[in-house]
Design a protein around this ligand. Structure first.
Ligand code: ASP
Ligand code: MG
Length: 402
């Protein structure tokens, strides 16, 4: 078997944990498997690097930023190689250049385009464990890129797809995917299985366990994922196309407090306004999430939408720059909001799911600002201060605990 094993920052945070990971990999290796290990930077090292950059220049060039951030993963793989060597197992660490992980050029948010597998294959044939840097890539200018925060998951899935791996295991500091963040929701329960689509929504909505692009890629290439803890042997959660257990109405509740809302008030009520507005943001690579447009009255309309906190300043600046062209009256932004979502493939065939969510929020006296739905999810924008209470109420209303 060829197994890709990915370990997050907490799993390699110190010497003891590095050895723990090395042993887990060696166990598979000793059974005769080919083992490819993908690592994140140790602990909070990426955050520390970001802080160092900020200290030098509060708006560092994105290229230099990637140059810096690529250090974190390179450090982990080298140390892992040393640990395995100490344990007398042949291993080799490789960075994005050595493998050749080709990405698009966008620094800080690059997408993997192609992975050369030749070097890895050769090392595996020589019975070495191959340890690969997560998160980083190389663009067509031969510069380092990074895949966005949490991007190592995506590296692992992409490698599993490129190598036609038999298994792709994502090790983290939690036991698997829960119905809600167990640190915030008392009755949260671990799921045995979840579909790609549900997981994709949960990942995008702030469940925080898997990088959403990794799930997108797993679905596209049909790579079954197992999410499990590096600190114990519990079974984890399988992410795949179809789940076999009886489907629950919803599989999870997610809370995202990173979202902020921007309201553009008093736009002219004519065709092309939405296009002009969102084109300005798209050109700056700003991801817009929920969009709400009011019904036009006396020739004007309002459009509000959410973006990620980190894009707020740039979005506001872009819209202010374009004020003359857009011709709106006012621009408001609101930071203290949260996005609460329920996700579940079961809602496709069951009416009343949204109403049930709204009822539980009403019972808690939580006001809803915006609503968005898709086939398998319902998302509401609420006040950030209500977030955790609302999340627990919704979780309990759907009886997701055992
Ligand atoms: N080290 C990177 C980060 O902290 C990538 C990852 O952990 O997946 O975002
Ligand atoms: Mg992660």
């Amino acid at each position: 078997m060829l197994i890709v094993k990915k370990f997050g920052g907490t799993s390699v945070a110190d010497k003891e944990r590095i050895y723990n990971v090395a042993r887990r990999c060696i166990e598979d290796y000793n059974k005769g498997n080919d083992v490819v290990v993908v690592l994140s930077a140790m602990g909070k090292y990426t955050d520390e690097l970001i802080a160092m950059a900020q200290d030098i220049n509060e708006k560092p060039p994105k290229r230099e930023m990637d140059m810096l951030l690529s250090i974190g993963e390179q450090m982990s793989v080298a140390l892992m190689g040393m640990a395995m060597n100490k344990l007398k197992i042949p291993a080799v660490s490789l960075n994005a250049f050595q493998v050749s992980m080709h990405t698009t050029s966008t620094h800080g948010n690059a997408r993997l385009k192609r992975i050369d597998t030749e070097r890895i294959r050769r090392e595996l044939e020589n019975r070495r464990i191959v340890i690969v840097t997560g998160f980083q890539g190389v663009n067509k200018y031969d510069d380092y890129t990074t895949l966005g925060r949490g991007g190592s998951d995506t590296t692992a899935v992409a490698l599993a797809a490129a190598l036609h791996a038999d298994a792709c295991e994502i090790y983290t500091d939690v036991d698997g995917i829960y119905t809600a963040d167990p640190r915030k929701v008392k009755h949260a329960r671990k799921l045995k299985e979840i579909t790609y689509d549900e997981m994709l929504d949960l990942a995008t909505l702030g469940a925080g366990v898997l990088h959403n692009r990794s799930v997108e890629m797993a679905k596209k290439y049909g790579v079954p994922l197992v999410v499990r803890s590096s600190l114990n042997n519990s079974e984890g959660t399988v992410v795949k196309e179809e789940v076999s257990v009886e489907r629950m109405l919803i599989s999870g509740v997610a809370l995202d407090t990173d979202a902020v809302r921007i309201a553009v008030i008093g736009l002219k009520d004519v065709p092309g306004m939405a296009f002009r507005l969102f084109d300005i943001l798209a050109r700056r690579n700003i991801n817009v999430d929920m969009i709400l447009q009011s019904i036009g009255r006396s020739g004007t309309k309002d459009i509000s939408f959410t973006v990620n906190q980190s894009d707020l300043d740039e979005a506001v600046a872009a819209l202010e720059d374009s004020r003359a062209r857009l011709g709106y009256k006012e621009l408001h932004s609101e930071r203290n909001i949260a996005k609460l979502s329920i996700v579940g493939a079961g809602m496709m065939s069951n009416p009343g799911v949204a109403a049930k969510m709204f009822e539980s929020l009403y019972n808690e006296n939580v006001n809803i600002n915006m609503i968005a739905t898709s086939e398998i999810r319902v998302t509401v924008i609420i006040q950030e201060k209500d977030g955790v209470r609302a999340m627990n109420a919704v979780h309990d209303a759907f009886d997701l605990s055992d």
